[in-house]
Ligand binder design. Structure first.
Ligand code: ING
Length: 311
């Protein structure tokens, strides 16, 4: 029997600082209804899907910081999303800012199965940006201020008849992210991202170059681990700050099979045959046959680069 899933990347247009969780969830439920109409099995929402990308703001009042976080999931604001997804028998993933009962704060994503049960959780490992206000930057990116590095690692879950994994945004730029899931047999990786259209430290790096690097990262990760990658943007202009779109679905050969055309709420849909991952895993990326771990020690024993001695 075919293990094909119809998957939607449910791209989010901009969420303004003043927008309520309720208004955002209504938009997400509308995308779910559209996905149902297209007979989707799985809908991948974006990073920090419930709020504006608040790490662009330098906040000092802890109560205001914590207003961007969710203390429990589901909660009153998100229950309509869980209920509609279960009603449609659609599995979903989405990201949000997580405040744990013991006071830890993470940039988190969850996987919810067709019954509305949370079956997986991931906490963003590779936090970009900085922790203090940086006057040198044209805008701030304070993820290291508001979140702790994820403590769950890169896991995979058997769900929807396949092996699914999650990561978040900047994680997609780091090959280790994909490989650790690849070494667990991942067949479809879900990720959301909020990526500024310009580089706050390098004005010459604009949307075209950043979109190239975004696509390059996804295609390489998919190909080198023979996995589907579903990447979903939050995009458009949030309180004057542009985020780029480019939601896309990449097949296990590294080919883009579907991508967004707008910078607004938009479904990007593709049929993902999970058995299409087998050939790569059994030939060029048959890790068991080809990897030489005796030469990879630096990858886990070193954090930064160690340069050769000056001659
Ligand atoms: N955003 C950006 C991303 O990884 C970034 C940060 C942009 C890092 C460009 C490096 C280069 O897409 C988040 N939220 O990680």
């Amino acid at each position: 029997m075919s293990r094909s899933l119809r998957v939607a990347a449910a791209q989010s247009g901009p969420i303004q600082r003043a927008d309520s969780r309720q208004a955002v969830v209504r938009r997400m439920v509308d995308l779910l209804d559209q996905a149902k109409a297209q007979r989707c099995d799985l809908v991948v929402f974006t990073e920090l899907a419930l709020t504006t990308f608040f790490p662009r703001w330098y906040l000092t009042d802890q109560a205001e910081v914590d207003s961007w976080f969710e203390r429990e999931m589901p909660n009153a604001a998100t229950r309509p999303l869980f209920e509609r997804a279960a009603q449609h028998r659609i599995a979903i993933s989405f990201g949000y800012a997580e405040l744990t009962p013991d006071g830890h704060r993470y940039n988190t994503s969850i996987l919810v199965d067709r019954d509305g049960t949370i079956v997986g959780k991931y906490r963003k490992v590779h936090l970009p940006g900085h922790s203090e206000f940086d006057p040198q930057r044209s805008f701030q990116h304070l993820e290291k201020r508001y979140f702790e590095p994820g403590d769950l690692g890169f896991n995979v879950w058997r769900s929807m008849g396949g092996i699914l994994g999650m990561c978040i945004c900047n994680d997609r730029r780091w090959p280790e992210t994909y490989r650790v899931m690849g070494l667990q047999g991942v067949e479809l990786i879900m990720l959301g991202y909020n990526t500024p259209s310009v580089n706050s430290q390098k004005p010459s790096e604009g949307p075209e170059q950043r979109m190239f690097q975004h696509r390059l990262s996804l295609q390489a990760g998919a190909y080198q681990n023979s996995s589907w990658v579903v990447a979903t943007a939050k995009c458009g202009v949030e309180d004057g700050h542009p985020l780029f779109g480019g939601s896309m679905i990449v097949n296990p050969d590294g080919e883009v099979v579907a991508q967004a055309n707008t910078e607004d709420d938009e479904l990007v849909v593709a049929d993902c045959d999970l058995d299409a991952t087998k050939f790569g895993k059994e030939t060029v990326f048959d890790f068991k046959r080809h990897r030489r771990i005796e030469h990879y020690g630096r990858i886990t024993s070193q954090t930064g680069a160690i340069l050769p001695p000056e001659s």
